[in-house]
Design a binder for this molecule. Structure first.
Ligand code: PGA
Length: 249
């Protein structure tokens, strides 16, 4: 399976014009890279403009609401995202859990709605602190709660992003050995949830201080199918280099 590199632009860049030009530069850079997939998740306000520029890369969203319509001021539905050409949605990012107090139950509702709407889901999980011995249990609980009562048929459309909070935006990523262990652990949980085939074929990606310099070290870890990239996805050259390194593996 091709590796997948997902750009999470978060609350950047500051204008639509800059978003279009960043997307354009990334597109030009990845045009000839066939052996890796790229997804760009801009702020939702820019999705239409960015979507028009994308050819090779797929369009993703950073959030979604758990209902598809109604009196929910400020929210964005699966149908709206799909109508703008989105194919992926990031759900349960630690910044949303922290600043917007998203609960596992809400995250589960968002995942169900996204899958019903035909989107692929990138479920983010990860511990705040590794020194606490219970961190494995913490990650397990996030996955089980997020994927609660999701039928196995949807497993193909779910990507698990392991993003330890301490590694996000800190320049201090996980070590490849620890990533390997965590990937095995996550696949074990997926095995219990969805069975053997799904545990092998579902994508597990890593996020947290990924750069063009360290990307290959994570991508070459067995069982790691891609990366979720924050800061480095705002620099077209860095992001293209990361996609390129994924195409060599
Ligand atoms: P970072 O962010 O690459 O800037 O560490 C990753 C993320 O939050 O998805």
């Amino acid at each position: 399976m091709k590796k997948i590199i997902i750009a999470n632009w978060k609350l950047n860049p500051p204008t639509a014009t800059k978003a279009i030009s960043l997307a354009g530069a990334i597109e030009r850079g990845i045009k000839k890279i066939r052996k890796a997939e790229a997804v760009i998740a801009p702020p939702s306000l820019y999705m239409r403009d960015v979507g028009r520029v994308l050819r090779r890369a797929r369009l993703g969203a950073q959030n979604i609401f758990w209902e598809d319509s109604g009196a929910f001021t400020g929210e964005i539905s699966a149908s709206m995202l799909v109508s703008l050409g989105a194919q992926y949605v990031i759900i349960g990012h630690s910044e949303r859990r922290e600043y917007f107090h998203e609960t596992d139950q809400e995250i589960n509702g968002k995942i169900r709605r996204a899958l019903k709407g035909g989107l692929s889901v990138v479920l983010c999980v990860g511990e705040r602190d590794r020194s606490k011995e219970k961190f494995l249990q913490f990650v397990k609980q996030q996955i089980l709660a997020g994927l609660k009562k999701i039928p196995r048929v949807y497993s193909k459309k779910i990507i698990i992003a392991y993003e330890p909070i301490w590694a996000i935006g800190t320049g201090d990523p996980v070590s490849p050995d620890d990533l390997y262990e965590m990937t095995l652990y996550i696949r074990r949980i997926l095995f219990d949830l969805f069975g053997k085939k799904a545990a092998h074929t579902m994508r597990v990606v890593y996020g947290g201080s990924v750069s063009s310099k360290n990307a290959a070290s994570f991508l070459s870890v067995e069982g790691v199918d891609g990366l979720l990239v924050g800061g480095a996805s705002l620099d077209a050259r860095d992001f293209v280099d990361i996609v390129r390194s994924a195409s060599f593996l």
